[in-house]
Ligand binder design. Structure first.
Ligand code: C5P
Length: 223
């Protein structure tokens, strides 16, 4: 059985940075499932589909083509959604908002399930998202639910987005994060909440390296 480490949590909890670093240390693959939902959100807005048009969105999800191409020496990979280079747009607040709207539709989640499960390849996978431990990889050997206060998460997102050149303000971001958390936590299917058996880790007052070390220690204890 190929081992999966599931890292779930809300936006700005640090799961992306932690997941990538842990995957690199272990030499495992890394799945950014949020990017899949963001890509679908962008593709839907390009196709001018309403975020509740479930049958069309399911069809779009079924044929979604998401590719990360890392050129030699580049810090960040280029991202292609359905053959179109989308630059930093995938990381922006509009893609996040569209992602969380399309992600609330059960048919869309189902249509994206096999694609996410296909990321489970030897020697192992670190999967980051909202429902990795609860739905996509319920047999993960270790489930971590990473969280932090809304203020800390908004500040982290603010710094990330500013670095990428997005014009955002902190109060607006706090508001957007609250709305997205609310939608993610209250949807009917795969709501944002710790999976059964998950270790909940609050990173509000812990530095990134410390969180990475704690997760790596949990992995050694569980293997
Ligand atoms: O993690 P990220 O902020 O990139 O995710 C964007 C949105 O995609 C989330 O707000 C959530 O609605 C959705 N998502 C999800 N399930 C996942 C990953 C992301 O519903 N496993």
């Amino acid at each position: 059985m190929i081992p999966v480490l599931a890292i779930d949590g809300p936006s700005g909890s640090g799961k992306g940075a932690v997941g990538m670093a842990v995957a690199e240390r272990l030499g495992w693959h890394y799945l950014d499932s949020g990017a899949v939902y963001r890509a679908l959100g962008l593709a839907a807005s390009w196709a001018q589909l309403a975020c509740d048009d479930e049958s069309r969105l399911c069809a779009l999800a079924g044929e979604l083509d998401l590719r990360f191409v890392r050129e030699a020496g580049a810090a960040e990979p280029q991202v292609y959604v359905n053959g179109r280079e989308c630059g930093v747009a995938l990381r922006g607040p509009e893609a996040a908002d569209a992602a969380s709207r399309v992600a609330a539709l059960p048919g869309v989640r189902q249509a994206l399930l096999d694609r996410q499960r296909a990321a489970r390849r030897p020697p192992g996978l670190v999967a980051d998202g909202r429902d990795m431990g609860s739905h996509v990889f319920p047999d993960a050997f270790l489930k971590v639910f990473l969280t932090a206060s809304p203020e800390v998460r908004a500040e982290r997102r603010f710094n990330q987005l500013k670095t990428k050149g997005f014009g955002v303000t902190l109060p607006r971001l706090i508001q957007e994060i609250r709305e997205r958390d609310e939608r993610d936590a209250n949807r009917a299917v795969a709501p944002l909440k710790p999976a059964q058996g998950a270790v909940v880790l609050d990173s509000s007052a812990i530095g990134l390296q410390d969180v990475i070390d704690r997760v790596l220690a949990m992995v050694s204890r569980s293997s």
